[in-house]
Design a protein around this ligand. Structure first.
Ligand code: ZN
Ligand code: ZN
Length: 431
């Protein structure tokens, strides 16, 4: 990129939208270009959940380079970076996730993954690059805000384990004790549903509780031609699979949302042998504790009673994996406040509403465990011209091998929203 172009982009990073007393100063001319370079590095060097060694090292180095105090190796490869204004004030927790996926990249980009079978297909590379850019901008204008930004670089999001591991690490607790409990947790996630330049928010639940459930049916094996001498776990398992479909349709109130999916049914070895066991592997999605316990209770009830009706030698073994991923809830008051901030920053036409997802996102755990409000917004990442041509349809989505965010406008909007949000939350008193 030419210097002139970088200068224009950097100067246009912030529209003059805020009150004079904490208006963003123009960032360093190369801030956006540097963030895009960092994005390309992360994109080319993806690492799977729990293996984010180089990623964390690179992110830590970038953050130290802009003057943050960085603590590494928290909850695995997690890091916490502290940006202090030097003045008393609230603490805001800002999270970006770091892991990639076992996907074989097919984008054809010149900065495509250099690791076979691993790809930043969920855009966590965008999140990290945005964070470096936004924190750099905030670091250069400390007189415009007060308090502290507690940045969290989180590993293992795709497994729903990283926030749990960080929160139970005593070093994280010690940092919280020293810095102070955050008043708000924020994060963004890129989306294939919006063009770059736009963001979307939704108040209330935005991501679901994710439970992983194993149901092992214990039958009695035998000859395929002598079924009457067996207790066939495949037949019992099939009946359970069908009965599970009635939980959401007949037990859950129509105003509630839930999903029970049997993603794997494992049983048997060959045509003429009735196996002694069958196993069902489920993902269960819900919002709220009451719905969650109802769905899990009904799964247990139906599986146990159906197996019993078929005279199994012993009750099915039902395991609900711990830790589950808790739902992410966007605090309505804070969501509305940030919506207003983004409307001022980007214009009303660039701030949309999105439908809540039944997907998982373990960012929600920072809110639930620290008992603080949280807001996650979505960052449009599709090239605007491509989005217009396709009318938003049939584009590669997140987790696909063709996911290729339009880096520059996406990261620019990411930086603008993060900086605007943090400046608003940490505005000096009286502003
Ligand atoms: Zn993902
Ligand atoms: Zn993700």
């Amino acid at each position: 990129m030419s210097f002139e172009l970088a200068l224009v982009l950097a100067l246009s990073l912030f529209a003059p939208t805020r009150a004079a007393n904490n208006s963003p100063k123009p960032p360093e001319p190369t801030t956006l270009a540097a963030a895009v370079d960092i994005y390309r590095w992360f994109h080319a060097h993806p690492e799977l959940s729990g293996q984010e060694v180089q990623t964390a090292r690179k992110l830590a180095a970038e953050l130290r380079g802009i003057g943050l105090e960085v603590h590494e190796g928290i909850g695995g490869h997690g890091l916490v970076a502290v940006l202090a204004s030097g003045r008393d004030g609230p603490v805001i927790l800002y999270r970006a996730d770091m892991d990639a996926l076992p996907v074989d990249e097919k984008t054809g980009l010149d900065y495509a993954s250099q690791t076979n079978g691993v790809m930043h297909a969920c855009g966590h590379d965008v999140h990290m690059a945005t964070a470096v850019g936004a924190l750099k901008v905030l670091a250069t204008m400390r007189d415009a805000w007060r308090g502290t930004v507690m940045f969290v670089g989180q590993p293992a999001e795709e497994q729903g384990l990283g926030s749990h591991a960080m929160l139970k690490d005593p070093r994280f607790t010690e940092l919280l004790r020293r810095i102070g409990r955050p008043m708000l947790a924020v994060a963004l996630h890129d989306t294939a549903d919006l063009p770059a330049g736009k963001v979307s928010l939704h108040e209330g639940y935005v991501n679901a509780n994710v439970d992983t459930v194993d149901v092992i049916i214990h039958g009695k094996g035998g000859h395929g031609a002598r079924p009457h001498e067996t207790v066939d776990p495949i037949v019992i398992g099939s009946e359970i699979v069908m009965a599970l479909q009635t939980i959401v349709s007949r037990r859950l109130g129509p105003e509630e949302r839930g999903v029970i999916t049997v993603g794997k049914f494992e049983a048997g070895t060959t045509h003429n042998v009735i196996p002694p066991r069958a196993a069902l592997f489920l993902t269960v999605r819900s919002y709220g504790d009451a719905t969650r316990s109802m769905l899990l209770g009904e799964i247990r009830h139906l599986a146990t009673e159906i197996a019993k009706a078929h005279r199994v030698p012993r009750a099915p073994t039902i395991t609900v994996k711990e830790p589950f991923t808790p739902a992410a809830f966007n605090d309505p008051t804070w969501t509305n406040r940030l919506r207003e901030v983004f409307v001022r920053e980007l214009g009303a036409g660039n701030v949309e509403e999105h439908f809540p997802s039944m997907g998982g996102e373990d960012f929600g755990r920072f809110s639930t465990e620290l008992k603080i409000p949280g807001v996650m917004w979505r960052l449009g990442a599709v090239s605007p011209s491509r989005y217009a041509r396709s009318q938003g349809k049939d584009l590669p989505g997140l987790h696909s091998d063709g996911w290729a965010p339009d880096a520059e406008p996406t990261i620019r909007t990411g930086i603008r929203t993060v900086v605007a949000a943090i400046l608003d939350v940490l505005a000096p008193s009286g502003s």
